[in-house]
Ligand binder design. Structure first.
Ligand SMILES: [Zn+2]
Length: 344
């Protein structure tokens, strides 16, 4: 190793090990640590949402109807604050086959959890299952609430997540934010989309600083890339059709996190030796360039009176056979007005 490599390695090692130390902290992170003294309240164009500014140059959203929002029924049933899972008595068979989930009403009801390179996607991992998506980041990077909601869990998790925040949203979805270096919320806080809930890190079963992000319904995971385009950070739908078939049944079997079997070769070499930050960035770029699974192109059509499969297929430039395969029906199966058919 030449001198600059040694220096880089040392800096990286310090950043990896010393979450919370002065070296690993970013400027914003230090500002956040100063006492927050409210200075002013600013109106927003969203009803019932104001911004409070603080003397340490930070700000946060405030719901003026906080207690009304936080006391909705969805935050009362299955409200577990000391464990990862909250719906142990709910089986996949109890979940509707198709649900229309309103993700947002307005564009500012959403904020990407963090922008960065995807280092590991959702799906099977060796004998296990990667229950979320991993996004590489520098230690101390602010992590945002994707949607408004109530904090159900905010503590260190010894099952592999490290410092973990779980938010429940009014539509029943939950989002998980793992491996954080520091939490910025407490259980039962009510947060606005875009509020900083913690800072990215490397805690728990993690081989390098990254956010492990999950989306669940009734403790069941589905691929977060179904609703978020992580290359741009954009939300894909205002209203999303969640199908039972999207869920991974095994995601509910254990609270432990089976993390990152394919992180080998990204943060460490084959022998487990940490790589330089330059090498890590190269590896993350390579991982991001891998072909993306085409799970996100589903298009639905609501059958109108008088429609038949041939007309619908022609309209969407597809075939009757393809529509039948997507919906598990035969070409002779009658279709009825109001029925939702997947056409692509
Ligand atoms: Zn992960």
């Amino acid at each position: 190793m030449n001198r600059s490599r040694v220096l880089k390695f040392l800096l990286l090692a310090v950043a990896f090990l010393a979450c919370g130390s002065a070296v690993a902290q970013r400027k914003t992170y230090e500002l956040e640590d100063l006492p927050q003294v409210p200075m002013d309240t600013i109106d927003t164009d969203r009803p019932n949402v104001k911004i409070i500014t603080y003397t340490n140059n930070t700000w946060r959203y405030l719901h003026t109807d906080y207690s009304q929002r936080a006391n909705q029924e969805v935050f009362q049933n299955h409200w577990v604050t000391n464990g990862v899972f909250a719906y142990r008595d709910v089986n996949i068979a109890d979940v509707p086959e198709t649900m229309e989930i309103e993700l947002i009403k307005n564009l500012d009801d959403y904020h990407p959890p963090v922008l960065g390179r995807v280092s590991s996607r959702y799906g099977p991992r060796g004998r296990g299952m990667h229950k979320g998506i991993d996004i590489g980041l520098p230690v101390g990077e602010p992590i945002f609430a994707t949607f408004e909601g109530k904090v159900r869990y905010a503590r260190y998790n010894s099952g592999g997540y490290g410092y973990l925040v779980i938010l429940r949203h009014p539509n029943g979805l939950e989002t998980y934010y793992g491996h954080l270096c520091k939490l910025n919320v407490e259980v039962n806080d009510y947060v606005v989309a875009g509020q900083v809930i913690g800072y990215g890190g490397n805690t728990g079963r993690s081989r390098g600083p990254h956010l492990h992000f999950e989306v669940r319904y009734a403790d069941l995971t589905f691929d977060p890339e179904r609703i978020i385009d992580f290359s741009t950070g954009d939300l894909k739908y205002h209203t999303f059709v969640l199908e039972r078939g999207y869920f991974n049944v095994s995601s509910k079997l254990t609270e432990a996190l089976e993390e990152d079997d394919d992180m080998d070769g990204i943060f460490t070499d084959k022998n487990g030796t940490p790589l330089t930050s330059e090498e890590i960035v190269n590896n993350l770029e390579k991982a991001a360039a891998k072909p993306r699974p085409t799970v996100n192109d589903a298009i639905y059509y609501k059958v109108k009176s008088g429609d038949n499969l041939y007309q619908i297929a022609a309209k969407y430039g597809t075939t009757v056979g393809a529509i039948c395969r997507l919906n598990g029906i035969k070409s002779s199966t009658p279709i009825r007005p109001g029925q939702r058919l997947r056409v692509k």
